[in-house]
Design a protein around this ligand. Structure first.
Ligand code: AMP
Length: 396
């Protein structure tokens, strides 16, 4: 990475403000139901503590609409973090985030101490990259560290704006995400196979286009595959389709041919008449009959995709192969997760649904990398610059 990281700077005695992604899922009572995002931030936080920095943490949590709302307070995050760190985390309880408490607590800090600011989205203009707010955040610290990969594709006051005012470097999580995905895109060990699924072609237009420049094989399953099958002239019954993307799908089929990329589409389907967990399902090959919709890839497609991945040395996967939320239509996604977990090479899972599927199925430890940012990893795979990373200082 051509951006400075934590290792490039001296943090001893310095006030370091770290943008984390503590946007954890919560139940109705506000309890954290999955603390992986907190755990993912620990290497950076622990490094700063061990190297005698004064650690100031900030994040968003949920989408508070009207400024301060106790429901979206980072208090629960602070409590969880204190347990992981085995030390006190002081919450600066300011409705305006940078208020009296934040100023006092950060002024009083000693080396190795941790202060947590309130939810940055209590300031409504945070997501507009409001420079006044960015300046206030910067006024609390000497150095800015961005470690929130999940929001790196957004230019907000706490991810991009703040870097205008104080030295700005990447934390270990962002460094790791960029290194692993960057290497896969720029210098992959081949064969390099990408697996794309999920609902819509339109969400992944840029990704398909960019990956066709890089990969040796592209596997397409899930809802988005029906637009491609239609483009190939097959009958798709009532399956999910984006009529206005059929032409684009044709262009991509052509592009794959021109680039010599093997493109794999489902050859059979688990289809049903209704979009329901207990709908009666049939397996169909080729054309899907009128009245039926494809909800998962069939057994022959699973075999075909397994074959495509067998010799792979680099794999990137984003998006489920079917409606995996319904057990009857989760078979294809499960099979792919298992196949990818057995690949002898680098395996990268984009965030979102495929990451959740891999975690739930217990394959997480067998993958090289599970990205912590769904949207950010997709934009990275599209070849776009991520504003939260471009804003950081370049290496000399
Ligand atoms: P995405 O957010 O684009 O990754 O899409 C994930 C969603 O796609 C999941 O909620 C799946 O249920 C849905 N999905 C996958 N395959 C199909 C399909 N064949 N028909 C309808 N929805 C699907």
């Amino acid at each position: 990475m051509n951006k400075k990281t934590l290792k490039d700077i001296d943090v001893k005695g310095k006030k370091v403000v770290v943008r984390c992604d503590f946007n954890v899922p919560q139940d109705k009572e506000g309890n954290i139901t999955d603390s992986r995002r907190i755990e993912a931030a620990l290497p950076t936080i622990n490094y700063l503590i061990e190297n005698n920095a004064k650690v100031i943490l900030m994040s968003h949590l949920g989408r508070p609409k009207e400024g301060f709302d106790a429901k979206y307070s980072l208090k629960v995050v602070g409590e969880s973090l204190a347990k992981f760190l085995g030390k006190e985390v002081k919450l600066a309880e300011d409705r305006e985030v940078v208020g009296e408490n934040a100023v006092r607590l950060t002024a009083e800090m000693k080396e190795g101490e941790v202060v947590l600011l309130e939810n940055v989205r209590f300031i409504k203009t945070e997501t507009k990259n409001d420079m006044e707010f960015a300046k206030k955040l910067a006024s609390l610290a000497d150095i800015f560290v961005n470690d929130a990969f999940g929001t790196a594709h957004r230019a907000h006051s706490s991810t991009a704006g703040i870097a205008e005012y104080i030295p700005a470097v990447a934390g270990f999580l962002i460094e790791k995400e960029m290194e692993i995905m960057g290497k896969a895109l720029d210098a992959p060990v081949r064969p390099f196979i990408a697996v794309l699924g999920g609902a819509k072609v339109s969400d992944k237009i840029g990704v398909i286009n960019n990956l066709l420049e890089k990969v040796d094989g592209l596997v397409i399953g899930g809802g988005m595959s029906y637009t491609f099958l239609k483009a190939k002239g097959l009958k798709i019954g009532n399956s999910l389709v984006e009529e206005d993307r059929v032409e684009y799908a044709k262009e991509m089929l052509e592009k794959a041919k021109t680039k010599g990329v093997s493109l794999y589409l489902p050859v059979d389907h688990v289809a049903a008449k209704e979009f329901k967990a207990d709908a009666e399902a049939i397996i169909v090959e080729g054309n899907i009959p009128v009245g039926y919709m494809g909800l998962d890839i069939g057994p022959k497609s699973i075999k075909l995709f397994e074959g495509a991945l067998k010799e792979a040395k680099t794999v990137i996967w984003n998006g489920p192969m079917g409606v995996f939320e319904m057990p009857a239509f989760a078979v294809g996604t499960k099979a792919l997760a298992e196949t990818i977990s057995n690949v002898k090479g680098t395996t990268i899972i984009g965030g979102g649904d495929s990451a959740a599927a891999v975690e739930q199925l217990g394959y997480a430890d067998k993958m090289t990398h599970i990205s912590t940012g769904g949207g950010a990893s997709l934009e990275f795979l599209e070849g776009l610059e991520l504003p939260g990373i471009s804003a950081l200082n370049d290496k000399m």
